[in-house]
Design a protein around this ligand. Structure first.
Ligand code: GAP
Length: 599
């Protein structure tokens, strides 16, 4: 059976999400709130599984990463230090007629005939507007349409019986200056800060203004020293966090993909600056080729650590069921990089709504970014808070005196140059920056430095949506009488599926079957999510679980009770969602069999 394409597919997915309780519109009974979503019973389990898998892979299965759970509202200085107050903005444009707001980079280029007006006046009232305005019409549309829109524009400015002044027409090509929905001129692009503001305490004044965090990462930097002091970790090590983030996105879109409230899973992995690695190990190991570089080694520099985390993250996505060919590894070009970033790789998932290349292949949309952010963030917090973010590295202190003099000079000068670059960018006067950078280089020789960082930063909601899109399939399955009927099946990997197993007594009016089924339910419940369902024909119950993405179904029938012979007593039918194959399994083996598949 052919899979539906793009828009139709997204419609089906959105409708299934509501119908089966994965995702609902927030505040739906009041008409919804744009950019906010709620997760229903299955969605809540799916998200929980995503976060548990990430947490497990990041901390529980590693010795070198510890967790943090910080507050959502933090000291406003944090956002000054991080740059969010001054630069976390999108360029936006407003429709001059409807006031609708667009992200400037998302306005589709349009061609046609533009009609320009110098203003309008009202012969009756004598009122006049000299505001210029223009309207873009697609080819073939009569000028009256432009005049109608322009008249509305001047009426909104109080010119009741607007007579348009100085009409002039000109052909334009691929212009992004007009609202694609009505042809009205847009405002010039203006930066719009995406942080959601609030006030802390009873007084709503500038002094009490605060922000809902736009990312979880900054709390990790702000708590870096506290965590280091208590966790018995040494650089290289990481701190990770899962939590809500808020951005007042101009155009929330593509279902949950771009929301105003979402969750992030972020790791800040702190490493030695390359100069320190070279001083200790004689050289810095560099990537030998593409692919996973293997177990971390002490002589890795930032490039190998970065490559390592890109590959680790790809493995994670594959582990929870996103095939490698559904993901794209996009290396940001030099001109796209933030000024402090040395490299950033975006991991994209080929969502059905992604743009396509000229061959029709989906290009993908960002699931996660993995950035090598140098020592920028900790340096910023050191500067803004006045608290030292340097660490003392015993091995570096011991290694430095053993270096040759030319090597000492080379490494100290390299470190001096990178600190000077950072300090100059922050606007420090040249003399002060030189002095500070020199002190930093001298401190390096004594074993002190500000760690650099590699940051894998992922979105829980985007991943949930990717997993839902990836799982959605339509095929055919036999009904009660063996006749093929179409079915929708969510092929979640068992590790991530909201419900792991469904338990069905064949008939609900046979107390022995129900009793046995409930025993099996209670047996498995301790180890996995179980859905118990006794209502309706067994085929219907299977179909419901196929749509919920439950990978296994267990039916308790008369054989289970030993009615067809003692050899089948206490065995059940185990049905596999994707193949629909059924096999007889002793109840005593169920827990181990299933646990192996969901781990
Ligand atoms: N600390 C780095 C940082 O926040 P980002 O690329 O802005 O980087 C990281 O965000 C991830 O957070 C994205 O890859 C995406 O998965 C998720 N994310 C960002 N904005 C989002 C939004 N408006 N809605 C849903 N997820 C979002």
């Amino acid at each position: 059976m052919g899979q539906p394409q793009t828009a139709e597919l997204m419609e089906k997915i959105v409708s299934l999400c509501k119908r089966r309780g994965f995702i609902f519109q927030s505040s739906e009974i009041y008409g919804g709130l744009n950019g906010f979503w709620d997760y229903g019973p299955l969605g809540a389990e799916l998200k929980r599984n995503i976060k548990d898998s990430w947490w497990r892979s990041m901390t529980l299965l590693r010795d070198d990463v510890v967790g943090l759970e910080a507050s959502i509202i933090m000291h406003p200085k944090i956002w000054e230090a991080s740059g969010h107050t001054s630069t976390f903005s999108d360029l936006m444009v407003d429709c001059l007629l409807t006031k609708k707001r667009f992200r400037a980079d998302q306005v589709e280029p349009q061609s046609g005939m533009a009609y320009f007006y110098l203003g309008a006046n009202d012969g009756n009232s004598g009122k006049e507007s000299k505001d210029p305005f223009s309207v873009l019409l697609p080819p073939g549309k009569p000028p009256e349409s432009a005049r109608k829109i322009a008249t509305q524009f001047y009426q909104m400015r109080g010119i009741e019986n607007a007579a348009l002044l100085g009409e002039r027409a000109e052909a334009v090509k691929a212009s992004i200056r007009y609202n694609p929905e009505n042809g009205s001129l847009l405002t010039e692009p203006r930066p719009f800060n995406l942080m959601l503001k609030t006030y802390v305490g009873p007084v709503e004044s500038e002094d009490n203004k605060s922000y809902l965090r736009p990312e979880t990462a900054q709390a990790i930097f702000a708590q870096f020293k506290n965590v280091l002091d208590v966790s018995r970790q040494k650089v290289p090590f990481g701190i990770c966090q899962i939590g809500k983030a808020f951005r007042n996105e101009i155009n929330p879109r593509n279902f949950t993909f771009r929301s105003r409230e979402f969750e992030q899973m972020e790791l800040e992995f702190f490493i030695r600056p390359d100069e320190a690695v070279e001083a200790i190990y004689g050289s810095v190991a560099k990537p030998a080729g593409a692919g996973h570089p293997g177990e971390p080694q002490p002589n890795w520099g930032w490039q190998l650590w970065h490559q390592y985390w890109v590959e680790e993250r790809l493995r994670f996505y594959e582990h929870i069921g996103l095939p490698r060919n559904s993901l794209v590894e996009y290396w940001q070009q030099a001109e796209e990089l933030a000024h402090y970033a040395r490299a950033t790789v975006d991991l994209l998932y080929k969502f059905p709504f992604s743009k396509r290349d000229e061959k029709g292949e989906l290009l993908g949309e960002e699931l996660e970014g993995i950035a090598a952010r140098s020592d920028f963030d900790l340096s910023q917090h050191q500067r803004f808070s006045g608290r030292s973010m340097t660490v003392f590295d015993e091995e570096l202190k011991a290694a430095w005196p053993k270096l040759s003099d030319p090597k000492k000079i080379e490494l100290a000068e390299g470190y001096f140059a990178s600190r000077l670059k950072y300090l100059t960018k922050t606007g420090e006067p040249s003399e002060k920056a030189q002095k500070q950078a020199r002190e930093d280089a001298e401190a390096l020789a004594k074993g002190y430095y500000i760690p650099h960082v590699i940051e894998p930063s992922a979105g829980v909601d985007r991943l949930a949506l990717a997993l839902i899109c990836n799982a959605y399939a339509e095929d055919e399955a036999p009904d009660e009488k063996g006749k093929l009927e179409s079915r929708v099946v969510m092929r979640f990997h068992p590790r991530i599926a909201p419900m792991k197993v469904a338990i069905f007594p064949l008939l609900k009016n046979k107390p022995e079957l129900v009793k046995k089924a409930k025993e099996v339910r209670d047996l498995l419940r301790a180890q996995m999510t179980v859905f118990y369902d006794e209502a309706g024909a067994i085929g219907r119950r299977y179909r419901r679980q196929d749509e919920a993405g439950t990978p296994f179904g267990i039916t308790i029938d008369f054989d289970t009770l030993g009615e067809k012979g003692p050899e089948l007593k206490d065995t059940v039918t185990l049905r596999e969602r994707d193949t629909m194959k059924q096999e007889r399994v002793p109840i005593s083996e169920l827990a181990a069999r299933l646990a192996e598949k969901i781990r």
